[in-house]
Design a protein around this ligand. Structure first.
Ligand code: ACO
Ligand code: ZN
Length: 177
């Protein structure tokens, strides 16, 4: 990363990043992004959701729903939620962040966009007061697992047959200070 700036534009936080591999912007998602987010989800992952599901996450946890733009086009997203439940790394009932879905269009991968989206979501979730952040990922999804491990997530356990096609998931978790 040769340049990274966090600016406040019209009360919106926007990250502009320039890597040797290209320039992209990370900003909070809006309702106008939802159709593109749904498209990126459909072409990137077998786990697809209703429009209502995306809009619900945007309405309830807008500070943890980000998109990445290249030349004004949305090319990736991260959608998260906040839950109250038994801690995975902490004792008792805790506020947990849940990374529900992350994807970057194939053409724009390996440029740091997935990492930047995750960092934005982690900061947003931290501001909601979560004590840990978790996610599920296919055991075969090496690119995503590497990305998550680089960000400090650890494999906590396997969830057998988590996916509709029978594949297992890793439950990965990152404690938040
Ligand atoms: N092979 C090996 N390692 C990889 C790969 C790959 N194909 N892609 C990323 N990584 C690792 C590398 O360590 C990489 O760092 P490096 O490029 O310096 O070596 C690191 O992850 C960060 O990569 P980014 O460039 O930040 O990630 P990218 O923008 O490519 O996005 C993502 C990664 C989101 C997983 C992308 O590959 C994608 O959209 N995949 C399809 C959808 C998907 O699997 N989403 C995650 C599902 S789990 C969930 O949603 C909770
Ligand atoms: Zn999940």
């Amino acid at each position: 990363m040769i340049f990274e700036a966090k600016c406040s534009l019209f009360h919106e936080e926007v990250w502009v990043m320039v890597k040797s591999k290209g320039k992209f912007t990370i900003r909070k998602a809006t309702i106008n992004d939802i159709d593109k987010v749904i498209y990126i989800n459909r072409v990137s992952l077998p786990e697809n959701y209703t429009r209502y599901f995306f809009v619900e996450h945007l309405n309830k946890w807008s500070n943890a729903f980000y998109v990445a733009e290249v030349d004004g086009e949305v090319v990736g997203y991260v959608m998260s939620r906040v839950e109250l439940g038994w801690g995975i790394t902490k004792l008792g009932l805790v506020k947990k962040g849940h990374i529900v879905s992350l994807a970057v269009l194939e053409k724009y991968r390996r440029k740091g966009i997935g990492t930047a989206l995750m960092k934005a979501a982690l900061e947003g979730l931290k501001n909601y007061g979560v004590k840990e952040v978790y996610l599920e990922v296919r055991v075969s999804n090496t690119p995503a697992i590497r990305l998550y491990e680089k960000l400090g997530f650890v494999k906590k356990r396997i969830i057998p047959s988590y996916y509709l096609d029978g594949e297992d998931a890793y439950l990965m978790v990152k404690p938040i200070q």
